[in-house]
Structures are given as C-alpha cells and as structure tokens.
Design a protein around this ligand. Structure first.
Ligand code: GDP
Ligand code: MG
Length: 186
C-alpha cells in the first residue's frame, strides 16, 4: 500500500505580554519540557520550533516567537507580527499590572496583524494565559471565571487558561485548543 498524503503546516505563533510574566518559561516548557527559575532575558527575538504530529496524516510545525526583552520598550514592530496566524497573551496572576497590560498587548496585536482577506480579515485567533497559577492566592485579580469570560468576550480572546510553567499545568491544553482553532480555518 502507498502511504497517504501527508499534510504539513507551518504556523507562526506569537507569545506576548509584559516582562517577567513567564513567556520564555511557557515556551521552554511546551517545546522542551523544562523549567528554570532564571532564563537570561536576551535582547532580540527568539524562536522555538515545536513539531506536532496532529493526526496520522497531519504534521504541524509551530514556530513560537518569543519577544525576548523587547517587551520593555512597549509595543513591537510590524516585522515581528508579520504573517503570524495566532497568538498567546500572557500575564502573571501575582502582578495586577501585568493583567492591566493585557488589553494593550491585544490592541497592539490587532492593529498590526489580521487574518488574510480570504479568511475574513478579522483578528488572528488569540488566547489569554493567566500564568503562575501555582503562586495564586484567592485575592489575586482577574480570576473570577465569569469576569474572565466577559473580559475575553470584550477583548476578542477565544478563551483563557490558568497555567503554570513551573508545574507544567494546562500549557499543552491551551496550545492544543489554539491549534484546533487554526486548523479549523485551514
Ligand atoms: P518572560 O520575561 O515573560 O519571558 O518571563 P520568564 O519566562 O523569564 O519568567 C520570569 C520569572 O518567572 C522566572 O524566574 C521564571 O522562573 C518565573 N516563572 C515563569 N513561569 C512561572 C510559573 O508558572 N510559576 C512560577 N512560580 N514561576 C514562574
Ligand atoms: Mg523572556
């Protein structure tokens, strides 16, 4: 028997959010399954490639773009956003200021990249990650499920996930959810 045709995709996925929220940690956890308390924040843009055997006949190569220090300067250049098909916006549940910045990251994203006209030209699929859930205390802001869903609706996030790069909690599920959405429109 001949092998069936293999479908291969290459997806550029952006990881956005304030400095120190855990962007690099989430990428390292997802791609290499490692965690460290100190990643040096390199200046520039970093990439990590994750190859996912999605199904017997579908392979996804996901290029995760880490803004690696640039977040300190505020918004990113258009070049960084170019041809991205999806994004993760991350905040740190222990630092309210990083949640306040989420809306800014999302509007910067929406102003610089959109789906191709053939796919309606709207904003690219984006999810919100509430990271460092292992450190979460009940009084941390923004974690009431109902309020979080309302926030997602209002700001155009598909969904939010509470994650921990440290404990390897929910990261794979979040990325899989995003991939499902991307593949549904391919
Ligand atoms: P970035 O600046 O957004 O890339 O953040 P980093 O990935 O460099 O993480 C900043 C700090 O937070 C580092 O000391 C990480 O070890 C720590 N960190 C990242 N994710 C988690 C997490 O889920 N839980 C805890 N407790 N610490 C985390
Ligand atoms: Mg980083």
């Amino acid at each position: 028997a001949y092998p069936t045709e293999i479908r291969e995709y290459l997806f550029k996925v952006l990881v956005l959010g304030d400095s120190g929220v855990g962007k690099t940690s989430i990428i390292k956890r997802y791609v290499h399954n490692i965690f460290s308390m100190n990643y040096k924040s390199t200046i520039g843009v970093d990439f990590a490639l994750k190859v996912v055997q999605w199904s017997p006949d579908t392979v996804v190569r996901m290029q995760l773009w880490d803004i690696a220090g640039q977040e300190r300067f505020g918004n990113m250049t258009r070049v960084y956003y170019k041809e991205a098909v999806a994004a993760l916006v991350v905040y740190d549940v222990t630092r309210p200021k990083t949640f306040e910045a989420v809306a800014k990251w999302k509007s910067d994203l929406d102003s610089k990249v959109s789906l191709p006209p053939g796919l309606g030209g709207g904003s690219i699929p984006t999810i919100l990650l509430a990271n460092k859930m292992d450190l979460h205390e009940d009084h941390s802001p923004g974690l009431n499920a109902e309020e979080m869903e309302k926030f997602c609706d209002e700001h155009g996030f598909l969904k939010w996930f509470g994650t921990s790069a440290k404990d390897n909690n929910n990261i794979e599920d979040a990325v899989t959810f995003l991939l499902e959405d991307i593949l549904a429109t391919e």
